[in-house]
Structures are given as C-alpha cells and as structure tokens.
Design a protein around this ligand. Sequence first.
Ligand SMILES: C[S@@+](CC[C@H](N)C(=O)[O-])C[C@H]1O[C@@H](n2cnc3c(N)ncnc32)[C@H](O)[C@@H]1O
Length: 268
Amino acid sequence: MFKKNKNFYTDVYGFFVLKKKLSKKRIETIFKLLRVDGTFKTTFDNRMFDINKKLLKYLNKFFSRKVMICDFGISSGQSTFELFVDLGKSKIKNIYGFDKQIYFQLYKFKKFIFLFSLNKDLLMVEYDKYCLRYRYFYIFKKFEKILFHILSFMKIKFVISKVLVKDFDKIDKFKFFEQDIFNIDKKYYNLFDVVRVSNLLNYTYFSEVELKKAISNIKKISKENSVVLVSKTKNKKKNVGSFFRKKSGKFELLEDFNGGSEIKELML
Ligand SMILES: C[S@@+](CC[C@H](N)C(=O)[O-])C[C@H]1O[C@@H](n2cnc3c(N)ncnc32)[C@H](O)[C@@H]1O
C-alpha cells in the first residue's frame, strides 16, 4: 500500500509501548521523524558536551548556592539528563524540563499507528511500522481532528505514554512539564537561575516575531543575574551558541561559542 523506505522504519508501538530495545540509530530515527508543529524532536546522545562545559564555568563563577535550571525543548529528555550529569548534581537544586509535547496518545488500528498529542494534534502516522512522510502524512494531518473523532467514535483502544526515553522523571531533582515557549504558565515566572534552549529557537522553525515572543518569555522565567544559553547543533555536530546574563531586566552578552547564536541580536 505505501512504499517502505528503510530510513523510515520507526515502530513506535514497539519502542514506546512494548519497550523493545532498539539501537541508538533507530531511536534517533524515531525522534528525527516525530514532529511538533513545524519542528521535529531530533536529538542524539552527547550532543552538547563541549557547550555544557562552558556553562559549568559560568555556574561556578556566578553561583555559590544550588541553582534552579530550566531546559526548554527537551525532546527525549536525554540531553537534559546529560546537562544534569555535565553540571554535577551537587550544584543543582532542581532541573525543569519543558517541552510543548511530552505526553502522547497512541491509537493502533490494523496496520496503522496514529500518534496524537494530548491536544489532539497529529504527530506521526505509521503504516506497518514505517513512518508516513510527505503527502501521505499531510493528508492525515489535514483531517487530524476528524480522524481523532472517528478513532474515538469507533472506540479504538489507545495508550497514553510519554516521549522520555528513560524514567528520567523519576530521578530526584528532575521535573518535566508540558509548556509552550509561546505561552508559559505564570507560576514559572522569575524562577530560574539558568535557562538553556538548544535546537529550538532557530529561523528555520520560527519567524522573527515568534522568536521575539519566545525570548520575552525566557526573560520572564529567568531571575535577575541568571545565565541563559541559546544554542544550536550545526552540521557535523558542531555546537554554536551564545551565553547571556540578565541584568536590570535585560540580557547582556557574556560570550559567543563557535561564532554565537543566530538569534543573538534578537536577545540583546
Ligand atoms: C530539535 S528538538 C531539541 C531537543 C534538545 N533540546 C536537543 O537539543 O537535543 C526541539 C524540541 O522543541 C520542542 N518544541 C517545539 N515547539 C515548541 C514550543 N512551542 N514550546 C516548547 N517546546 C517546543 C519539540 O517538541 C522538540 O522536543
């Protein structure tokens, strides 16, 4: 029925529900194909070791007490876990992992798997364990709300699960919540000493107006004197980013890493 391309073998039911052990490469493929609006959950292990080391330098320089950290756009949670390890747990009071989409509802109907967010947005469709791409996916996406109602009406069983690759949320000091960077709950305002946003605030994903809105929200959740890191992993796994400090309610540049963030000017 649909052309099978081995690059799109995802088997999300096996991975998320049956907890099948998959190779790192397969797991990367799943996250590369899992979409949230115009973004994907692309992530891979040990992606930010070098830039995390630099962040640790600022942590040691500016904070003598334990800090509250926010990692925005956590995908599988793996890079948040690595941040925790790289910075050292003795320095961390809590680490909050925010993402627009952490939980999903999975419907299995014959050879189809439909993955919806809790808001009923269609995230992925599989046929016979292969992820549908391009026009095949867009056809389903166009009718996502109707599709959701049909599946509910047919009383197709569904499973609610989360995208975290391990039980990171059971680790002491870790807290994971669904939060949209464009609409953050006020209870998180003025809470964090350190905020990291990696591989989310890019021009390929968002317009300048949207990026400015996201930046103003980061400003709201970060405390005075907080450190903010905005970064992106480029081709060949090279991290580029900028470190900022919030002073008198504004971001000041501390340092550019490998040339700096593409949205640096919008931050300042
Ligand atoms: C490319 S992944 C980056 C994952 C991780 N930070 C890394 O660098 O490996 C982007 C993440 O941002 C999340 N995301 C997309 N739009 C978002 C929004 N409006 N608010 C919060 N998170 C969002 C996606 O769900 C996805 O997990």
